[in-house]
Design a protein around this ligand. Structure first.
Ligand code: NAD
Ligand code: TYD
Length: 359
């Protein structure tokens, strides 16, 4: 029997690797992971699949059209799930160029390579083909009232990161509208869980706490994010890719709004319980208020009614259970952390945030 092949871009990253682990376990597809391996990509997150005959890695930049064309000819995929991106807001503020290149030019290049391949498919395969563009709730901007982001909330991106993701959403949508490419778009809230690069809030706080460093809280720590466990996001992506209606957007969220201070206190309390400080004091004492992020979005919150109603998706993990498992994972996986916090990342940190470097 011929295996159905699906391309996943950005599969060596935090969410992409969770998705590939899920798809290998829960589908019978062959997965081709297309990843440039930037500082954020780490193949150790997929080490358990290295001998799996249904898993293939291609070290490829999504801006490289010739290479993408070769991959399409070689593997004849039934669809693409596109996660490759520059993903960290602080980096986008310090240097937007890579965000424009990968998130906008890269998505455009991938859409064009996909279109060239898709246009030549037999009618039946053309109809069943899917291009799933994975995006963020940050494209909607910042909420000040009690309202929630829905799929029809107007786009109002504020950071270079969210503006580049909004651009890529628009490109994906236009390729559906103009060329008929069967596109799905998902916009998800903040993810947390294992294998997240330790520059984002949750892993950074866990690591800094354990290393006795400050826990830098931007502004007053009262900005709000809606937190979702990464495996719940991966389950939602699998469902949308398999059952979503082309041309539709689906918002994905955890219904779990927390201020940054609430998140950091939760992590400190869990660490106090699971790996107490040698001096017996609380990790909360390491909290330090630092200068706010320029243009810091106040609040994000998702209304996930549509994906629940139309596709039957609901998060399985609560914030409490998910954070507990996440802290336990970081405590048990010091090796993974040590390996990722090296090389280019340390260099970048040293240049921009010398106070956060481990001794
Ligand atoms: P990540 O930074 O952990 O991983 C990104 C991956 O993309 C890395 O493996 C990197 O090597 C790869 N990559 C970067 N540039 C590339 C290029 N030019 N060609 C090929 N590969 C390239 O990101 P993540 O947190 O896993 O996010 C994945 C996707 O989900 C992104 O599109 C992001 O915008 C979106 N998203 C993230 C969150 C979140 O909370 N992390 C929430 C909603 C949506
Ligand atoms: P982050 O994990 O960078 O995700 P995003 O900016 O995409 O939401 O940040 C989550 C929140 O935590 C955001 O409001 C910024 C804040 N934050 C801090 O207070 N301190 C930090 O060191 C970091 C990285 C983030």
């Amino acid at each position: 029997m011929n295996l159905c092949t699906v391309f996943v871009t950005g599969g060596a990253g935090f969410i992409g690797s969770a998705l590939i682990r899920l798809l290998i376990a829960e589908s019978d597809w062959r997965i081709v992971n297309i990843d440039k391996l930037t500082y954020a990509g780490n193949l150790e997150s997929l080490a358990m699949l290295s001998d799996n005959p249904r898993y293939v890695f291609s070290h490829t930049d999504i801006c490289d059209r010739a290479m993408l064309d070769r991959l399409f000819i070689e593997w004849q995929p039934a669809g693409v799930i596109h996660l490759a991106a520059e993903s960290h807001v602080d980096r986008s503020i310090l240097g937007p160029a890579d965000f424009i290149q990968t998130n906008i030019v890269g998505t455009y290049t991938l859409l064009e390579a996909t279109r060239a391949y898709w246009s030549a498919l037999p009618e039946k395969d053309k109809t069943s083909f899917r291009f799933h563009h994975v995006s963020t709730d940050e494209v909607y901007g910042s909420l000040c009232t009690q309202e929630l982001f829905t799929e029809i909330t107007p786009y109002r991106p504020n950071s270079p990161y969210s503006a580049s993701k909004a651009s890529s959403d628009h490109l994906a949508r236009a390729w559906q509208h103009t060329y008929g490419l069967p596109v799905l778009i998902t916009n998800c809230s903040n993810n947390y869980g294992p294998y997240q690069f330790p520059e984002k809030l949750v892993p950074l706080m866990i690591l800094n706490a354990l290393q006795g460093k400050v826990l830098p809280i931007y502004g007053k720590g009262d900005n709000v994010r809606d937190w979702l466990n990464v495996d719940d996001h991966a389950r939602a992506l699998h469902l949308v890719f398999s059952k979503g209606v082309p041309g539709e957007t689906y918002n994905i969220g955890g219904n779990s709004e927390k201020t940054n201070l609430e998140v950091v206190d939760t992590l400190c309390n869990l660490l106090d319980e699971m790996q107490a400080r040698p001096d017996g004091r609380s990790y909360r004492e390491q909290k330090t208020f630092v200068a706010d992020r320029p243009g810091h979005d106040r609040r994000y919150a998702i209304d996930a009614t549509k994906i629940e109603r139309d596709l039957g998706w609901k998060p399985q993990e609560s914030f409490t259970s998910g954070m507990r498992k996440t802290v336990a994972w970081y405590l048990a996986n010091a090796d993974w952390i040590e390996h990722v916090v090296s090389g280019e990342y340390r260099h970048w940190l040293k240049q921009n945030y010398s106070n956060r470097i481990a001794a």
